[in-house]
Design a binder for this molecule. Structure first.
Ligand code: TYM
Length: 326
């Protein structure tokens, strides 16, 4: 059975549509098909590169798992786990650090982005080495597919490269080489300002947003000043680019026709987007409010035990291969 694994960082209280369509939705599809061995974890170790407040990390972690469950992830079909409780993640991180060159890490987009905002002296070693830990998270489980947004593609490619390098040095075919799993239409979900939806740009529509906030955010999406009767290009309209995530093929065809023929106003499309968002987010928000902390902790304990069993066996073999076996 092919194995799938992905994770989201608990950096904020509220996940957004980008996280849903770039990660959770794929996992729901893998889960639904019944043909994959599914793992979805909380990337809390990665969050430490951004957040140094234990109460916030704990609160965000509970909300993250709440969102996984309220979105439809079923712990019987998808193993949900906490890597910070599994020593093998940090152990493999070290082994991989010793076969990764600094030059490779310097080419990572995430590091370059950090460098654009900060001087090298002020960037933590954790931020710089972040892709190494991410590679450990993945290859420890001999994963086939890693569903992610386009922003994480380079990291999964590094995981693949470093797995191949390790195999080359220590044992052919030891680690499975993972593949990013990205659907073109979901690769980069736009935020309300048209840039990539992101917590750090504050341009997101959150999965816990209330109806009033959703209304304000949909109204705030900039549109071109084209008269209602004039034809418009739907692909150039950010309201449409978000709305299309929620449209059936027929609805999509009608809306595109409305734009292209003219006569459809931006206000009408914003109203429809608001309706669709409320219909989509409302149940997730409601279901998550019904999930207790206790339920979450139980699910995490069970998932973590299962993941630890797999990864500690793999780590024993890694230790043997590098010469740490006595
Ligand atoms: P994070 O927490 O930044 O994002 C979680 C997931 O959401 C996707 N995503 C998007 N996809 C499309 N459009 C967007 N606007 C958008 N915004 C976010 C991300 O691509 C990601 O899939 N490094 C990872 C966490 C991680 C991980 C892993 C993932 C750590 N170890 C191992 C997979 C496997 C991260 O920062 O994701």
């Amino acid at each position: 059975m092919k194995r799938v694994l992905t994770g989201i960082k608990p950096t904020a209280e509220n996940l957004h549509l980008g996280n849903y369509f770039g990660s959770i939705k794929y996992m729901l599809e893998f889960q639904q098909s019944g043909e994959y061995d599914n793992f979805m974890f909380l990337a809390n170790m990665h969050t430490l590169t951004q957040l140094h407040n234990s109460e916030d990390i704990k609160k965000n972690t509970l909300n993250l798992i709440r969102t996984y469950l309220a979105s439809g992830l079923d712990p019987q079909k998808t193993t949900i786990f906490n890597p910070a409780k599994i020593p093998a993640h940090a152990q493999l991180n070290w082994v991989l650090s010793c076969v990764t060159n600094i030059g490779y890490m310097k080419r990572m987009h995430a590091y370059k982005d950090a460098l654009a905002k900060n001087t090298e002296e002020n960037i933590t070693v954790g931020t710089f080495c972040y892709p190494i830990l991410m590679a450990a998270d993945i290859i420890l489980y001999d994963v086939d597919y890693v569903p992610v947004g386009k922003d994480q593609k380079q990291h999964v490619e590094y995981a693949r490269d470093i797995a191949a390098r390790f195999n080359n040095i220590f044992k052919p075919d030891f680690f499975k080489l993972p593949n990013p799993w990205i659907q073109q239409s979901l690769a980069t979900i736009p935020g309300i300002d048209g840039r990539k939806m992101s917590k750090s740009y504050n341009n997101y529509i959150g999965l816990f947003d209330d109806d009033k906030t959703i209304f304000k955010k949909t109204r705030a999406i900039p549109t071109a000043s084209i008269p209602v009767q004039e034809p418009k290009n739907p692909d150039e309209c950010n309201v449409y680019n978000i709305l299309k995530l929620f449209l059936s093929d027929d609805e999509d065809k009608n809306i595109r026709e409305g734009y292209e023929k003219g006569g459809l106003s931006f206000k009408e499309v914003k109203d429809l987007l608001y309706e669709k968002l409320v219909e989509f987010i409302g149940p997730i928000r409601y279901k998550s409010s019904e999930i207790s902390d206790e339920e979450i902790l139980n699910i995490l304990d069970q998932g973590t035990n299962k993941a630890a069993e797999i990864s500690s066996k793999k780590m024993l073999e890694i230790n043997r291969l590098v010469g740490f076996d006595f």
